[in-house]
Design a binder for this molecule. Structure first.
Ligand code: CA
Length: 441
């Protein structure tokens, strides 16, 4: 992906809030989501975040201010889900981004500014839904640091499975339980086998965890039986979001042999409202490589472009806000921070792997990256890693509490952003969810 004028760090919008330092949504970002005014029964429709506002794409489409491919793309986005927009492909996505960029620039034509003004809704006044009708959700497992950290809990002698360095491994998750950020969920019930016990017990999860992940949404996709070569993979990726793969570790570790995660994972998966497009992320692409003394990708997972810029440098952090944080009105505690650049496989490799047997990916499908843990302890993306399998108390400095796993009333907040000298800072907003008590106690 080449850089172009929409990445110009000096570009400014006529909307003052978009130019504020530290703003997640400057004119260089323009992420897509689905929204309506909160508390109304308006239909959900596509929108783009700019500053502290949302551009209503249904209103933009109706205004007639766009033409050509950009108008076609806005029309496709003026619906309760973005599947039709994602199906249009990169040329239409680019046309709409570039048209909105031109209309939002500080020097845009006065009639265009006037038309766009009428399409703005304050972000503080909207609610979101999951941005696409997700036909299928697949979760990968592509952080070697997370795999080793969790592997040590399950298999101390042999933490890394032999396939990890050869295959971007994954499991098929549940699309039905993917929820939008802000949706609370009840602590799940399930079966767990305590160490040394002779029989499992059934009850509320006692080792509830989050997983810091990113997700990416499939664009046009492939016909059944037709693989997607790695050289074409990114043409099928619309953009990225924040994703929390809530996990019941006690249920998961008992149930997952030999077929993999099931009920320990599928009670809730949270996604952020905004999808940051691959074009917006272009300034933050970084090289990808496996260490020279480790297995190198097989040819179908290897390309010069993927090696040159297959990675994405997204800064990520995990915050925990307990009931006590809220009662004391203190800021949440930061549990960890890392970057997506440390992942062992790239999003292009994940998508190509998913389709290499001819499995058909469809517009709006959601692929998760797996937990994102960096190389050091402080960069762990799940509480099971930070608490060393529940054996270490994690201090919450702001309230004096400690945690080994999540407690009822805990809200986990994921944040992501990209920042470097010479490029505009862009953000993902946040992905949050609160743990409610188990139903029936
Ligand atoms: Ca996961």
């Amino acid at each position: 992906m080449e850089l172009n004028h929409t990445h110009d760090a000096s570009a400014r919008s006529w909307l003052a809030s978009a130019n504020e330092p530290g703003c997640d949504f400057p004119i260089q970002n323009l992420p897509f989501g689905v929204f309506r005014r909160r508390g109304t029964d308006e239909p959900f429709r596509g929108g783009v975040a700019i500053g502290d506002q949302v551009i209503d794409l249904a209103a933009v489409s109706a205004s007639g201010v766009l033409d050509g491919l950009a108008a076609d793309a806005a029309r496709a986005a003026a619906q309760p889900a973005l599947n039709d927009l994602l199906a249009t492909g990169p040329a239409a996505w680019r046309a709409l981004r570039h048209a909105l960029f031109a209309a939002l620039r500080h020097d845009a034509d006065a009639t265009v500014v006037s038309a766009l003004h009428a399409c703005l809704v304050p972000q503080s006044a909207v609610e979101h839904s999951v941005p696409t009708r997700i036909g299928d959700y697949t979760d990968f497992y592509t952080s070697i640091h997370h795999a080793r950290n969790v592997g040590r809990v399950i298999r101390p002698d042999d933490p890394l499975t032999p396939n990890f360095q050869w295959i971007p491994i994954a499991y098929h998750g549940r699309a039905s339980s993917v929820v939008i950020s802000g949706t609370p969920f009840h602590r799940p019930h399930g079966q767990a086998m305590a160490p040394g016990a002779s029989a499992p017990v059934y009850g509320p999860c006692r080792r509830l965890d989050y997983e810091l992940e990113m997700g990416f949404y499939v664009g046009p996709g492939n016909a059944l039986g037709q693989p997607i070569p790695i050289g074409e993979a990114e043409q099928h990726i619309f953009g990225m979001c924040l994703l929390n793969d809530w996990s019941a570790r006690d249920h998961q570790f008992w149930e997952m042999a030999p077929l993999g995660p099931f009920l320990g994972k599928n009670f809730c998966t949270s996604v952020s409202p905004w999808i940051v497009t691959m074009e917006a992320l272009a300034p933050y692409r970084v090289p990808f490589a496996h260490p020279a003394d480790e297995p190198q990708p097989l040819p179908y997972l290897d390309s010069a472009a993927n090696s040159a810029q297959g990675g994405v440098d997204v800064q990520l952090e995990v915050l925990l806000e307990s009931a006590q944080h809220r009662a004391k009105s203190v800021a949440p505690d930061r549990l960890s921070a890392t970057s997506f650049r440390h992942q062992y496989w790239t999003i292009a490799q994940m998508l190509t792997q998913h389709a290499n047997n001819g499995c058909n990916l469809q517009p709006g499908d959601l692929l998760g990256t797996g937990t994102i843990s960096g190389p050091t302890y402080e960069e762990a993306g799940a509480i099971v890693e930070l608490s060393l399998g529940g054996t270490r108390q994690i201090p919450l400095a702001a309230t004096g509490e400690t945690r080994t796993f999540l407690e009822d009333g805990d809200t986990v907040v994921l944040r992501g952003w990209c920042e470097k000298p010479g490029a505009a800072r862009i953000g993902f907003g946040e992905c949050r969810g609160e743990v409610l008590p188990a139903i029936g106690g």
